[in-house]
Design a protein around this ligand. Structure first.
Ligand code: PLP
Length: 433
């Protein structure tokens, strides 16, 4: 290849999703990214071994730390996101939990919004507290003053989802980032439902972006995976983060100061947490994700087009009580949706029916094209009842505070012919009128 598309940051999103971060000349000119199905790599000689383990030389030694297939995936998401570096994980939950462990130590707090994926809520409310890290929830996530009021000397991050699961809430990311930064605190955004095609949180001040790559990035429901991307430029060397100061001092002889400061978060995430907690992504999974990501922008456009039509159809249906989809003009997040999501607020929506829980369950049983499954972001359309599945482990009161009731259904709109999807829903809704 004479033209180095893999390394050209000026290219458009769709070109990058096909080329960024992979140079075939370094891999026997294989056009597809090779799957390095190996657990270990030859060290060569003693001096090289020492350089690898002291991080003076980039390279591969043991696949749990890193492998070349995953490295391409990490460079590709970094390019799509406009960040400095990324780390891949075996699942979205591994990406989130390792991120939070990298940020907080016993005695610290993570400030979060309430409209989160059930697994993240459980992590913050029940699991991390067992290790002395407290999840603190903002009282009113639509109100910037609420964030400032909840920040304490122990806060180590503000954590939110760009499209909150499952009611698709949107918060003022830029306003929240500004507040967090005034206190020297990073903003972490789970951007799973939006993908970098619809929203790039770094452009609004986020410092870390997490993904369940299982969803739209992979796009076909074949692979569980997670990604963490760092923007670069956040000052970690302050009194709030003594763990980063120690890490920096340990590494500074091996890595240039600029490089180290730009990717301090992801370096520590890899060297401490990925390496020794072990949530490594298999190279075959990384390959599947790279395949999926090649069509991300095209799929997202079709997902959103279908979702807008379906939300409008549902909002006008007499059996439907409420549709949560911020592109609808009456939605409480509509103004934020217009500001942050000019390409549309993704393709997941929540729905409540006038007939309550029994009607919701009847719809679940009646649909024929929508699959009854807990996933989202698949090319195929999916439906689920969050209270009995994705948010099952969240207490009823907390669930309702996050907008999930016994009769809430969540739809993940796929890329099928939209007329077929509408016909399927119309048929199911007729059964509960
Ligand atoms: N974040 C969000 C918004 C999710 O919806 C999910 C899973 O549904 C996760 C994180 C966890 O991802 P994974 O299932 O890949 O561990």
């Amino acid at each position: 290849m004479s033209y180095e598309a893999y390394n050209d940051n000026t290219l458009g999103f769709t070109t990058k999703q096909l080329h960024a971060g992979y140079n075939p000349a370094e891999h026997y000119r294989s056009k597809a990214v090779p799957v390095y199905q190996t657990a270990v790599f030859e060290l060569g000689d003693y001096d090289r071994c020492v350089r690898l383990f002291s991080y003076e030389e980039d390279g591969f030694s043991y696949a749990r730390f890193s492998n070349p297939t995953n490295a391409v995936l990490e460079r590709r998401i970094t390019a799509l996101e406009g960040g400095a570096a990324a780390v891949s994980f075996s699942s979205g939950m591994a990406a989130i939990s390792n991120t939070l462990l990298n940020l907080a130590r016993a005695g610290d707090e993570i400030l979060a919004i309430k409209t989160l994926y059930g697994g993240a809520t459980t992590l913050l409310r029940k699991i991390l507290p067992q290790y002395g890290i407290r999840g603190v929830f903002v009282k009113d996530e639509g109100e910037l003053r609420s964030y400032e009021a909840a920040i304490t000397g122990k806060t180590r991050a503000v954590y939110l989802e760009s499209l909150g699961n499952p009611t698709i809430t949107i918060v003022d990311i830029k306003g929240i980032a500004d507040i967090a930064h005034r206190y020297g605190i990073p903003l972490v955004v789970d951007n799973t439902f939006a993908t970098p095609y619809l929203l790039r949180p770094f452009e609004y001040g986020a410092d870390i972006v997490c993904y369940s790559a299982t969803k739209y990035l992979g796009g076909h429901g074949t692979t569980i995976a997670g990604l963490v991307v760092e923007k670069g430029g956040f000052d970690w060397l302050t009194l709030r983060f003594p763990q980063f100061k120690t890490f920096y001092d340990d590494c500074k002889t091996a890595v240039s100061e600029d490089e180290l400061k730009r990717s301090l978060f992801t370096r520590r995430l890899r060297q401490v947490y990925l390496t020794d907690m072990g949530a490594h992504l298999s190279p075959m999974s990384a390959f599947n994700l790279l395949q999926g990501m090649e069509t991300l922008s095209l799929r997202m456009e079709r997902h959103v087009e279908n979702a807008v039509r379906i939300a409008e159809f549902l909002a006008g249906h007499p059996a439907v009580q409420d549709v949560s989809y911020p592109a609808l003009p009456g939605n409480r997040c509509h103004a934020l949706c217009r500001a942050y999501f000019p390409k549309g607020p993704g393709a997941i929506l929540a729905l409540r029916l006038k007939g309550g829980k029994s009607a919701a369950l009847k719809v679940l049983e009646t649909v024929r094209i929508f699959d009854y499954m807990v996933n989202v972001g698949d090319a195929k359309s999916l439906i689920v009842h969050p209270a009995s599945s994705t948010h099952f482990s969240v207490d009823e009161k907390e669930r309702e505070a996050a907008g999930i009731f016994d009769d809430t259904l969540r739809l993940s709109i796929g890329i099928e012919d939209c007329d077929d999807l509408i016909a399927d829903l119309r048929h199911a809704l007729e059964a509960v009128r």
